[in-house]
Design a protein around this ligand. Structure first.
Ligand code: BDR
Ligand code: CA
Length: 312
């Protein structure tokens, strides 16, 4: 089986952490070229450190971590610390990781990794604001044609928003970057709230992961517990959605999702609706064929996939 060459661009973040553990565990299917981090849920220095902590727990020090942009392209930074805790990792014990970040900036890491490999061989998964990827596309205009595809968590159509009435956090945090990526022409799979709100960690899913045992299982249970309490206190009152798990789950098992081709533009100017993803399934005669929007997911299948990989 040919492995997928992957760059994982993220802002860990409690749900990014679960997705990263899946990426670290998928050794048979994924050649994880590197993890790049960005300012988002918490400040850039913390997301980079958190990625190193998670890498250490997963014993994947072979994977480079490169710290990227410290602020969005245009708008002022906005974090989501209320959903991720002060450290960005909820209640997870924080220690200084043995191995730190690479000397290279995350944007240059993406450019070098993609441009030094053949066209259409590198996938980028994005689970934070799209700043690093958009900046890489601006700095190296050949990048978008060279990338195989992007699988991103972001946006909302039927679900409205989770940071404002009409915007999802990752897009709201850097709408200009999201628009650069949407316009790039690179094949793009969008996992928005419409689908991530279907993927909620129920007690039976968490119990199955707890039964695995070991440091990664223990960390996941800790993170799920924090997300559960936060979701119940501050958001829907139900089980916690695993937004960032969706891109990795799609990469490993695309049949767990249903997608529709769409046109998508990002609102970048209106103060009221900034970060809104205008997703249009019409215009079948002239769709933007490079964008696909996820509309449904098999949640039990996704958690079974996670449990299976973490058991390996
Ligand atoms: C997204 O926002 C962040 O807070 C989460 O990590 C996820 O990437 C969900 O809207
Ligand atoms: Ca995230």
């Amino acid at each position: 089986m040919t492995k997928t060459s992957l760059i994982f661009d993220c802002d860990p973040g409690v749900d990014d952490a679960i997705a990263l553990f899946l990426a670290f565990a998928a050794r048979d299917e994924v050649d994880l070229l590197g993890v790049t981090t960005v300012a988002g849920n918490v400040a850039a220095a913390l997301t980079a450190r958190n990625a190193c902590i998670l890498r250490e727990i997963a014993q994947r020090e072979d994977v480079p971590v490169a710290a990227g942009c410290e602020r969005p392209m245009v708008r002022a930074p906005i974090d989501a610390g209320h959903f991720h805790g002060q450290t960005g990792l909820g209640d997870l014990p924080i220690s200084t990781p043995q191995k730190g970040v690479e000397a290279i900036h995350g944007v240059d890491f993406i450019i070098n990794a993609v441009m030094s490999r053949p066209s259409d061989t590198v996938t980028v998964a994005v689970t934070g604001p799209m700043t690093n990827l958009a900046m890489a596309m601006v700095k190296e205009p050949r990048l978008s044609r060279r990338l195989a595809r992007i699988i991103a968590m972001g946006g909302a159509r039927s679900e409205g928003g989770n940071i404002t009435a009409s915007a999802e956090y990752n897009i709201y945090a850097d709408p200009h970057a999201a628009q650069v990526v949407a316009e790039s022409g690179t094949p793009l799979v969008m996992m928005g709230l419409d689908v991530t709100h279907q993927v909620r960690a129920a007690a039976r899913h968490i119990d199955a992961i707890a039964a695995i045992g070991g440091p990664v299982s223990k960390a996941c249970v800790n993170l799920f517990g924090f997300m559960d309490r936060t979701e119940k206190a501050l958001a829907s009152g139900g089980d916690a959605p695993q937004h960032d798990l969706c891109p990795m789950a799609y990469l490993l098992a695309p049949t767990l999702f249903t997608l529709r081709p769409c046109r998508m533009e990002v609102e970048t100017s209106s103060p009221l609706t900034s970060g809104h993803t205008a997703v249009d399934f019409r215009h079948r005669d002239s769709p933007q064929p490079h964008i696909k929007w996820a509309i449904s997911a098999d949640a039990d299948g996704i958690f079974a996939l996670l449990t299976d990989h973490l058991s390996r």
